[in-house]
Every structure is written in structure tokens, then in C-alpha cells.
Design a protein around this ligand. Structure first.
Ligand SMILES: Cc1cc2nc3c(=O)[nH]c(=O)nc-3n(C[C@H](O)[C@H](O)[C@H](O)COP(=O)(O)OP(=O)(O)OC[C@H]3O[C@@H](n4cnc5c(N)ncnc54)[C@H](O)[C@@H]3O)c2cc1C
Length: 393
């Protein structure tokens, strides 16, 4: 998804772009009750609007009007509301297949993007002012030469590894159980983040009265939760979520995602820029991973286009340093925020629940602190690139 965003952003700027993808779009899953949802921050909607892609996504999007954060069994809650920022929504919940389809359709219409699919990057070699990229395909190998290579190849990035860029890994020992449910009461466009004894639980508003559930459990318990019948699963979920949405009724198919933190030590190498999960793979507790990747795209596209306008080489170390310097703060802040939250709300030391509750009450009552949190969640903090401000590149 992040790679396709970048192809859309850089199209029409006088470049020739090659996109390489091993998995065909049509075998990635059909729409249905079980759609996996992605929470898009308002800032990401801005980026998609600037790229003229939001219109096609909007029909499948459910706006988030309020975020309600609570700790099961303890007092205190934080509420973030769209009215505090004067915007129509804090964010949107969009099925991943809608985002994927809109991006794939858009890329297929771009005359300056050559799509290699199914194909994967096998090896790269550096020449003085270009990189040679060898592609593995069913019908044999192919080769492309480029001034700049962008690694948007996910957490296990081959390009990152081949460039010798180290990364910090933490296995959280947790697994996210992802499913959709239908509650008895309307969700009223509220996203719930609830911290429970077995791990954080997110319940996000979706279309047709559904809610997307991301429930984090200790990995040792994941098999048992996956094996539960639907009625027993809903009962356990209800016990942790409480009665805010009435009785939790229908449950969809469950998927299990083992969770880890990955943070690359650098987001660029020689004629190489890293974006999305290839540079940061986060705990999904605050729904920030893709949003951070979309901001990588907005900044990289701006830096590359500015370089082209100034007749500079877009793959030069000077241009890539601008990208890494600009992204450093956002990467650090969001990684610290999500990792801190994941750790804070999975520890169970005596008295910690009371402290968390007090912290939440304090945060709810201190407008500047809460505003900062809301802006971080919405992807509207720090120096914003043109695409995030609704401007063309
Ligand atoms: C349970 C869960 C819930 C989440 N919820 C949210 C949310 O609500 N909001 C949010 O912002 N984020 C969320 N995330 C995070 C989000 O899903 C990821 O950050 C995002 O999908 C990363 O996109 P990407 O394109 O960088 O990487 P990926 O999606 O991993 O894509 C990598 C691509 O590279 C391709 N590839 C791999 N190897 C090669 C190769 N050798 N050559 C060429 N191509 C290759 C792959 O086929 C793939 O298409 C969630 C994550 C999880 C696990």
C-alpha cells in the first residue's frame, strides 16, 4: 500500500517509475463481512485528497467522531473529540481491500509507471550514478536501472537487509486477534481503546453497523482464543469490553497477527530510501503504522520533486539526507508513543492501574496535553509536507 501511494504521488513529475510487487491484487481477498479495517488519521485523508484518491475511498470509509480510551476495572478515561480540532473527523476506518483496490486502479492508469507483477527484487548493484535492480519473475529475470530505489517491501525488507541497514527488533510476545463484530447498539462513530487484563482491545466503528476488533493477547493464549467457538469468543470479548455497545452479537472470521516492533537504524542508504513498514513496524495499539508510512510518502515525494525542480539528482546523498532528517522526529515520536502505550498497558504491577487511571483523568483535564495527543493521533504534529496540508506537490 505504501509503495503504491508513492507511485501515485510521484506520477506526472517527469520521472519514469517501476513498481515491483510479488502478489497479484486479485488474489488478495474479496470484500465481505470479514474485511480487515485500517484506521486512517485525518492527516492521511488529507494526503489521499491531495493525490485525488480520497473521493474513491470515501464511500467505504466510516468517520471517527470521538476516541474513548479507558482501563478496564479502573476509573478514568480520555475522550478525544473531532470538535476540539474543528474538523469533520479525527480519522476514518476504511477496509484494507478498499484502500488496496483504489491504489491498484490508480496505479494501473498511470502512464509513467511500469508495473512488474508478479515479480520480486532479487538483488541490487551500485554503479556510479545509478542502481541496477535484478527482478525475479516466473518468465525469467529482468533488470531495471534507476537513480533512486525505494524500499516499500515491508517488515522483512530484502532491500533493507541487502543494504546492510540494521534494525532494532522487539518481540512483544503478544498476538493481535482481528475480527469484525456487530453490536446490539449503534457505534455512533466512536472508536474505543480499552486496556484489559489480557491486553489492549480496540473496537472501531465500521459500515453497516459493524465494528472492527483488534484484541491483543499474550501469544501463549492466542491459539486458545482462536479455537473458541463464536459464542464463547463473544462472551470473553464482552467481559473485557463491557456494556457500552450493548450485547456483542455476530462475530466474523478471526485472524491472528504476532506483534513486534521493528525500527531501522537509518531510513536511507546509498541511492536507497526506506518507507512504511520497511523502516518502522509498530504495535497496532494506536493504529499508526500505515499513517506513518503515508507521511513517509508525502515527505519523500516532496524532497524528490524539489530536487528535480532544482536540477539535482533525486538519489544523491544530499537529497536523501533531507528525507531522513525530516522524518526522524515523527518516527521517534510515534514509535515511542505506541511502544510506551503497548508496554504501559500490558504491565500489571501493583498500583499501576490506579496510576494509569489518574494519568488518564489528568490528561483528560489538561487541554494542551490532550491537544498534543489528539494532533499526534491525527498525524498533524510537527513540520507537515505539502501533501499533508492539502496542497499539490
Ligand atoms: C492487526 C493490525 C492492525 C493494524 N491496524 C492499523 C490501523 O488501524 N492503522 C494504521 O495506520 N496501521 C495499522 N496497521 C499497520 C499497517 O497494516 C501497516 O503499517 C501497513 O500495512 C504497512 O504497509 P507497507 O506497504 O509499508 O508494508 P506491507 O503491507 O508489508 O507491504 C509490503 C509489500 O512489499 C511486497 N514485497 C515483499 N518482498 C518483496 C520483494 N523482495 N520485492 C518486491 N516486493 C516485495 C509485499 O508483497 C507487499 O506488497 C495494523 C497492523 C496490524 C498487524
Amino acid at each position: 500500500m505504501v509503495g503504491s501511494c508513492l507511485a501515485c504521488a510521484l506520477s506526472g513529475q517527469g520521472l519514469r517509475i517501476a513498481q515491483v510487487e510479488p502478489v497479484r491484487q486479485e488474489i488478495r481477498g474479496e470484500p465481505g463481512y470479514d474485511d480487515r479495517a485500517i484506521a486512517l488519521a485525518y492527516g492521511t485523508r488529507r494526503i489521499f485528497s491531495s493525490l485525488k484518491l480520497w473521493h474513491d475511498m470515501e464511500a467505504g470509509a466510516t468517520p471517527i467522531h470521538q476516541i474513548h480510551v479507558s482501563d478496564r476495572g479502573h476509573f478514568g478515561a480520555v475522550r478525544m473529540d473531532r470538535t476540539e480540532e474543528g474538523l469533520p473527523a479525527i480519522g476514518y476506518v476504511v477496509p484494507a481491500h478498499v484502500i488496496g483496490q483504489v491504489l491498484a486502479d490508480a496505479v494501473s492508469r498511470l502512464g509513467d509507471v511500469d508495473m512488474y507483477c508478479p515479480a520480486s527484487v532479487a538483488a541490487t548493484s551500485q554503479a556510479a550514478d545509478r542502481v541496477q535492480v535484478e527482478l525475479a519473475r516466473q518468465e525469467g529475470t529482468a533488470s531495471v536501472s534507476a537513480q533512486l530505489v525505494v524500499a516499500a517491501d515491508g517488515a522483512d525488507s530484502v532491500l533493507r537487509e541487502q543494504a546492510g541497514i540494521d534494525s532494532v527488533h522487539t518481540d512483544y510476545g503478544q498476538t493481535a486477534i482481528v475480527t469484525n463484530i456487530t453490536p446490539q447498539l449503534p457505534h455512533r462513530n466512536i472508536a474505543y481503546e480499552r486496556f484489559t487484563d489480557s491486553g489492549p482491545l480496540a473496537v472501531l466503528p465500521m459500515s453497516a453497523g459493524r465494528c472492527a476488533v483488534v484484541w491483543t493477547v499474550a501469544s501463549g493464549q492466542a491459539d486458545a482464543v482462536m479455537a473458541l467457538g463464536d459464542a464463547a469468543f463473544l462472551e470473553q470479548l464482552q467481559a473485557r469490553f463491557g456494556q457500552r455497545l450493548g450485547r456483542l452479537q455476530r462475530a466474523g472470521r478471526r485472524q491472528a497477527w504476532p506483534l513486534r516492533l521493528l525500527s531501522a537504524r537509518r531510513s536511507a542508504g546509498r541511492r536507497l530510501a526506506l518507507v512504511g513498514n520497511a523502516v518502522h513496524t509498530l504495535h497496532p495499539i494506536a493504529g499508526q503504522g500505515f499513517n506513518l508510512g503515508a507521511r513517509d510518502v508525502a515527505v519523500l515525494a516532496e524532497v524528490v520533486v524539489d530536487a528535480l525542480r532544482a536540477s539535482q539528482d533525486p538519489g544523491s546523498s544530499r537529497v536523501l539526507a533531507r528525507y531522513t532528517d525530516w522524518r526522524r522526529r515523527d518516527h521517534e515520536n510515534v514509535t515511542l508513543f505506541t511502544d510506551g502505550l503497548a508496554r504501559l498497558f500490558t504491565l500489571s504491577a501493583p498500583g499501576l492501574g490506579v496510576a494509569r487511571g489518574a494519568g488518564m483523568v489528568a490528561l483528560d483535564l489538561v487541554p494542551p496535553a490532550k491537544r498534543l495527543l489528539t494532533r499526534l493521533t491525527m498525524g498533524r504534529s510537527g513540520r507537515m509536507p505539502r501533501l499533508s496540508r492539502g496542497l499539490p506537490l
